[in-house]
Write a protein that binds this ligand. Structure first.
Ligand code: 3VV
Length: 231
């Protein structure tokens, strides 16, 4: 396996995906020309979601911000050259894209600003994410925060995993509303990436959640550990 990750076979026979989520990741799926990019407007998006999306899309014109495409299989985020030895499993899906019905699950799109080490996610939680009546489940909030912060950590440090995620839930998130999840990498110390994040309403008047996270950059030793745990 190269230093940028890859695919290896576990002793138990399963193929292990050691994901290299480098910068080239962004273009990988679209190069395939076959996978659906879910980070594009659909009929379920509210006017708030569309307005915000268009505002961020405008900000991509000078190149500082980039829209991150989104596929329902993590493999579609991986450069084609790294997939040669991997047989795509049909029974796995990226958790965030596990609900088929448009608008029922996680409707989201992320934008990356590399120079600011920042990823912003526009998130519209659907009706299947309910916790308390009418509000998004705390686990769904944690999921979108982990994924937004995670994408930010990936953009900074490549192959990483969440070691710690701490969330203060400040105000509940109504289903169907739109919130901004704004994450940034605050500090990198060796393999450790420290990040923070705020989830706010579109008008900025309501703070829904605040989070801090630690992501650890994986190394070859860790990949070996993963292989061993698969035995
Ligand atoms: C360019 C654009 C890119 C865009 C990207 C687009 C892609 C979009 C696609 C899809 C979006 C989704 C994005 C993904 C987001 C989801 C991520 C997850 O959910 S990950 C699953 C949950 N996490 C686990 O299952 C980890 C389980 N834990 C482990 O595997 C290990 O514990 C691990 C890897 C975290 C660390 O293990 P070690 O063996 O590599 O490292 P050790 O030696 O233990 O620690 C290294 C240092 O870190 C500290 N450390 C480790 N864990 C810590 C902790 N919990 N708290 C504090 N410090 C900790 C240690 O004390 C040590 O520090 P000292 O170097 O000595 O100073």
């Amino acid at each position: 396996m190269g230093p940028r990750g890859g695919i290896s076979r576990c002793p138990c026979g399963r193929k292990l995906l050691t994901v290299c989520l480098s910068r080239s990741i962004q273009a990988a799926g679209s190069q395939l020309g076959q996978s659906k990019d879910y980070a594009l407007p659909n009929a379920s998006w509210s006017q708030d979601m569309l307005d915000l999306y268009n505002r961020f899309l405008d900000m991509t014109k000078d190149g500082l911000w980039k829209r991150i495409p989104s596929y329902n299989n993590i493999l579609d985020h991986i450069p084609e050259s790294m997939k040669l030895t991997y047989e795509k499993r049909k029974d796995t899906r990226l958790f965030l894209r596990s609900i088929d019905a448009e608008g029922a699950g996680f409707e989201y799109v992320m934008f990356l600003n590399t120079s600011e080490k920042r990823v912003v996610c526009l998130f519209q939680p659907g009706s299947y994410l309910e916790g308390h009546p009418g509000f998004a489940h705390g686990g769904s909030i944690a999921t979108i925060i982990d994924s937004t912060i995670g994408s930010c950590a990936i953009s900074v440090a490549g192959k990483v995993m969440t070691a710690n995620l701490s969330i203060d839930y400040v105000n509940p998130v109504p289903l169907g509303s739109v919130v901004l999840v704004d994450s940034k990498a605050d500090k990198v110390e060796g393999r450790k990436v420290f990040l923070s994040c705020k989830m706010q309403s579109v008008d900025g008047n309501t703070l829904h959640a605040e989070a801090t996270a630690l992501f650890i950059q994986l190394d070859a030793t860790k990949a070996q550990k993963q292989q061993a745990s698969c035995q």
